[in-house]
Design a protein around this ligand. Structure first.
Ligand SMILES: Nc1ncnc2c1ncn2[C@@H]1O[C@H](COP(=O)(O)OP(=O)(O)OP(=O)(O)O)[C@@H](O)[C@H]1O
Ligand SMILES: [Mg+2]
Length: 255
């Protein structure tokens, strides 16, 4: 099933007293249920802007954006919030943990918006999730008593605790040293695989991009598929080149 469908998506902003700035230009992308996608690009190329669209935090200026087959513009803002909360997990470079709350309380937070069993069992579910990311012994620790890698593990537990269908990671290892970054990336891959979630990782790091199955580059707002990483299987590697060319063409005209 196609989770996200983007066709000819543009995002333009109007800074005060300046000409319109086109941040994304003719972006075509499909994210399927078990996809592993990476997007690399220079600073300012539009990566976070793209991620905000994929995460239903923002809407395109023009073009089509569909989540689970339904145009995002047809969702009310309440529906968008609910879909985002239930179906999408975000992992950011800066872990964005609540400083005065323990690891457990941070991971419980998204479950406060859940219903039924997930809500009533929230403490146990959050504790299990922290156990799973290797922090079962740090449930009561405050973020400032945890290392960067541990904080990112808490953030990962928090973003995945409701079992999202889509995981969006924006430079998830950007604030970590090489080894810690690698183990955090392995953790994200592992949880995505176990829960059958799709994964889109935005990164500057070519080694991380290599891990993914489909590998894209964003350059001045134009998204191009550059190939398959080591995680590629035969079916996803075939036939995707044509889409990338179409995406680059669509972008060129409006620049
Ligand atoms: N609301 C806005 N108004 C004006 N300019 C914006 C706005 N949002 C983003 N930009 C500009 O659009 C460009 C792309 O921004 P974006 O944050 O998507 O880049 P990025 O690829 O994530 O960069 P980085 O790697 O540094 O995080 C940047 O030049 C940024 O300054
Ligand atoms: Mg960014």
């Amino acid at each position: 099933m196609t989770l996200l469908h983007l066709a000819s998506v543009t995002r333009t902003v109007l800074p005060p007293d300046q000409p319109a700035l086109t941040i994304l230009n003719g972006v075509d992308l499909d994210v399927e249920e078990d996809d592993r996608i990476s997007v690399v690009g220079r600073s300012g190329s539009g990566k976070s802007t793209l991620l905000n669209l994929l995460g239903l935090l923002d809407t395109p200026t023009s073009g089509v954006l569909e989540f689970a087959g339904r145009p995002v513009k047809d969702y009310s803002s309440g529906e968008r919030d609910r879909v985002r909360g239930r179906e999408i997990g975000f992992v950011f470079q800066q872990f964005n943990l609540l400083p005065g709350r323990t690891a457990l309380e941070n991971v419980i937070m998204p479950l406060l918006y859940a219903e039924g069993r997930q809500f009533w069992r929230r403490r146990a579910i959050a504790a299990e999730m922290l156990e799973e990311v290797g922090l079962g012994h740090r449930l009561e620790s405050l973020p400032d008593r945890l290392s960067g890698g541990e904080q990112q593990r808490v953030a990962i537990a928090r973003s995945l605790v409701r079992g999202p269908r889509l995981i969006l990671a924006d430079e998830p290892t950007g604030a970590l040293d090489l080894d810690t970054g690698q183990s955090v990336m392995e953790l994200i891959d592992e949880v995505a695989a176990r829960t059958n979630a799709a994964l889109v990782v935005i990164t500057h790091d070519p080694a991380i991009a290599e891990r993914s199955r489909d590998h894209y580059r964003l350059d001045h707002g134009v998204l191009t598929r550059v190939g398959a990483g080591v995680g590629a299987n035969a079916s996803s590697a075939a036939g995707a080149g044509a889409e990338a060319v179409a995406g680059a063409d669509a972008g060129a005209g409006a620049a």
